[in-house]
Design a protein around this ligand. Structure first.
Ligand SMILES: Cc1cc2nc3c(=O)[nH]c(=O)nc-3n(C[C@H](O)[C@H](O)[C@H](O)COP(=O)(O)OP(=O)(O)OC[C@H]3O[C@@H](n4cnc5c(N)ncnc54)[C@H](O)[C@@H]3O)c2cc1C
Length: 322
């Protein structure tokens, strides 16, 4: 069975959930082999084995933290040449998509990004499902040149446990001078707080212009905290400076695909929908019954958010027995 390379996203020894999602997709295509950059593989290997990883190629080089994404693309290119995998799967994050693009150039391959599912076609080759035009059209695409390289949206595939040997194999790697052209000079750790990461979260509560002000937006944080959710925002909010830009959801912001997405005081412009409409369940709260967000909502509440959300908070508190 051909190998399928999966580029691990991890935090040192902690495997990010998206890696398990990629393993689940890889298993449908062949024998999953994880590519681990930097330290921590020993701590992470067991978890990878629980989700079907047969091998873990470990390149523990400081080049991966010292330079931007080029070394990872270079490592993958050498493994593609060496192992002739059936496909390479990476997370559809900003970095993952850049690595995918660079790898495609290096290997003369086709690349598909923003996949929300990957399955094996009749000939066994990977078929990627991609929402296009802000989700208005869904296409199924295959790669016709080289090794299929697919960037898969985090949270789009449910990870399924499957036993794998997760045999660790060290790979020697030193980045070329070209890959060292852009060096990391400083790292600033973003204050994360207690909330889950927006792109990985199972629950997201997003607020829009309907919140009225920076002060008004605080009700979104309250609701998110009551649910243990991440906070998102529309561009109207981030442009107004009511909430930081890194929390913007949409075409020019983050793409999210949680189990539950609550859009509060958000009209549902196509550019916002592009970043959230693959969410499993969408709940909209809006005082305008004609707001376009209701077209894609599974549950809608027509009302003033400053009346509805406090009632919701009361109900959540009762439910928790607080
Ligand atoms: C190139 C380009 C890229 C873009 N990228 C993005 C992007 O990434 N993300 C994004 O979000 N937008 C993006 N936009 C902007 C997008 O077109 C919309 O302008 C934006 O999404 C609107 O944000 P909003 O829904 O919060 O505000 P509005 O459209 O003003 O909607 C506010 C909503 O709140 C409701 N409301 C008002 N008061 C209350 C209340 N008290 N209770 C309940 N409901 C209330 C209103 O009925 C209305 O539906 C982009 C635009 C362009 C041109």
């Amino acid at each position: 069975m051909a190998e399928v390379l999966v580029l691990a996203e991890h935090d040192g020894g902690e495997v990010k959930k998206v890696t398990l999602e990629l393993l689940t997709a890889a298993k449908r295509l062949g024998a999953p082999s994880v590519v681990w950059t930097g330290p921590g593989a020993d701590a992470g290997a067991a978890r990878l084995g629980e989700y079907g990883a047969e091998k873990v190629y470990v390149a523990d080089s400081p080049d991966f933290s010292g330079y931007v994404v080029a070394p990872a693309a270079e490592l993958l290119a050498s493994l593609v040449a060496d192992k002739a995998p059936a496909a390479v799967l990476v997370a559809g994050t900003t970095e993952g998509k850049e690595i995918a693009g660079r790898l495609a150039i290096k290997t003369g391959s086709g690349v598909l990004t923003d996949a929300v599912n990957v399955t094996a076609g009749d000939d066994g080759a990977p078929v990627a499902e991609q929402p296009n035009f802000g989700g208005a059209i869904t296409v199924h695409s295959v790669v016709r040149a080289g090794t299929p390289i697919i960037a898969v949206r985090p949270n789009a595939i449910s990870p399924e446990a499957a036993a794998g040997a997760a045999a660790v194999e060290a790979v020697s790697f030193a980045a070329s001078d070209a890959a060292k052209a852009a060096a990391v000079t400083e790292r600033v750790v973003a204050e994360k707080g207690e909330r889950p990461d927006l792109t990985e979260a199972q629950l997201v509560v997003s607020g829009g212009r309907g919140t009225g002000s920076e002060e008004g937006f605080k009700i979104i944080e309250k609701l998110a905290d009551a649910l243990g959710a991440a906070v998102g925002a529309s561009r109207a909010v981030t442009d107004a400076g009511w909430y930081p830009h890194q929390f913007q959801v949409g075409q020019t912001g983050k793409t999210v695909s949680p189990q539950l997405y609550m859009a509060v005081g958000i009209s549902g412009a196509i550019q916002h929908r592009a970043g959230m409409q693959t969410s499993k369940t969408i709940v909209a709260i809006n005082k305008d019954p004609e707001a376009p967000i209701f077209e894609i909502a599974d549950f809608g509440i027509v009302g003033d958010l400053f009346t509805v959300v406090p009632q919701l908070l009361d109900e959540i508190a009762k439910h928790k027995g607080v």
